[in-house]
Write a protein that binds this ligand. Structure first.
Ligand code: SF4
Length: 342
């Protein structure tokens, strides 16, 4: 069982101490006996402990930077939402395939932003622009926000902020089961709480440092019982020997354990495994023993929105994945909505 994340080392930007959450977090970490260092900006962090890149990477992934979010222009976040809302970046998990390895490059530490009222104000402006159309905000584009939220409660505040809004909706996805503090949040059904799930093979070999499938299902059950709209992202869908049976068992378990009430308003998103050439280089450096199959010759090239080619499964494989998983979902959850396959 993966324990709730506790940073090994904390950095604080001095300006963060002007905010109540910044002060609160410092007191908390002092009381926990965690080493705290000051840094004028996260960009100045150069002397992370560790004797080689491999160690430094692992220590960075358990380092938390308490700072300010300066850019309040939100990125778009298709297809699951209109905007990405930035409460944190980085993740303590060690999923071999994780895209954050490439996007965060040499700065894989976790950052949490304490100027949350500024972020809420910016969200308010985005909602006004689109009103009376609803605006969906995705909170997990650059982190697994739930993984750090038992420490910060930022997400809890966001759930309640959107709960009170007229046109805002919040969504995020997690591979962590530490959700107890979110059960009494006044979500007002405006937050869709999603869990990323996968079959046993993928979780066992490629998702170290995250909650196991049964823990995620247990957490999803608590979330459903707390009345949140629930969803599952099956990602990355990865072809391996016995994959059809693996995904079937995964959905069977889900059906057995979820309360009936959760299956009425349930969504599924399906994302196939993909990689880019730069990602492959980083994965091979950070996880040299990985079994992850990254053979370009077996894949189809697809032009990505970030100006770089990605390698996805071939068309017949994609069809097979889509058909097989859609069929399972419709069998076990006939009332659920499949939002997309990509
Ligand atoms: Fe990346 Fe999500 Fe795994 Fe964290 S839990 S390492 S964000 S894939």
């Amino acid at each position: 069982m993966v324990k709730p994340f506790v940073p090994q080392l904390v950095y604080v930007e001095p300006k963060a101490l002007n905010y109540p959450l910044g002060k609160e977090l410092m007191t908390k970490f002092e009381n926990m006996g965690i080493e705290i260092r000051e840094t004028t900006s996260h960009n100045q962090i150069r002397n992370l402990p560790g004797e080689n890149d491999f160690q430094k990477y692992r220590i960075a992934k358990s380092t938390l930077v308490v700072g300010i979010r300066k850019t309040l222009k939100f990125d778009t976040s298709k297809p699951s939402a209109e905007y990405a809302i930035p409460f944190a970046t980085g993740c303590m998990g060690h999923c071999h395939y994780c895209y954050l390895q490439t996007t965060m490059g040499s700065k894989p530490y976790i950052r949490t932003y304490v100027n949350i009222d500024d972020i809420f104000e910016a969200a308010e402006d985005y909602m006004k622009e689109r009103a009376p159309e609803p605006t969906r905000f995705e909170a997990s584009c650059t982190s697994d926000i739930v993984g750090v939220d038992h420490l910060t409660h930022t997400l809890k505040k966001a759930i309640e902020f959107f709960g009170e809004s007229d046109y805002g909706q919040l969504r995020f996805v997690t591979k962590f089961a530490h959700v107890d503090h979110l059960l009494d949040a006044k979500h007002n059904h405006k937050t869709r709480f999603r869990f990323s799930i996968n079959d046993d093979y993928v979780i066992k070999y490629f998702e170290p440092g995250t909650s196991r499938l049964n823990e995620r299902i247990e957490a999803a059950t608590k979330i459903a019982n707390a009345g949140y709209p629930l969803g599952f992202i099956i990602a990355p869908i990865y072809l391996h020997e016995g994959w059809k049976n693996g995904y079937k068992i995964m959905l069977e378990k889900l059906e057995e354990q979820l309360p009936r009430s959760a299956t009425k308003d349930l969504t599924f998103e399906m994302i196939q495994h993909r990689f880019t050439k730069p990602a492959k280089r980083v994965i091979e450096k950070n996880y040299p023993m990985t079994k992850l199959e990254l053979d370009e010759s077996k894949r189809k090239l697809k032009w990505g929105p970030y100006g770089i080619y990605k390698y996805v499964y071939t068309d017949p494989e994609q069809e097979e994945i889509k058909d097989t998983l859609s069929r399972y979902i419709q069998t076990y959850f006939p009332e659920a909505k499949i939002e997309y396959f990509t």
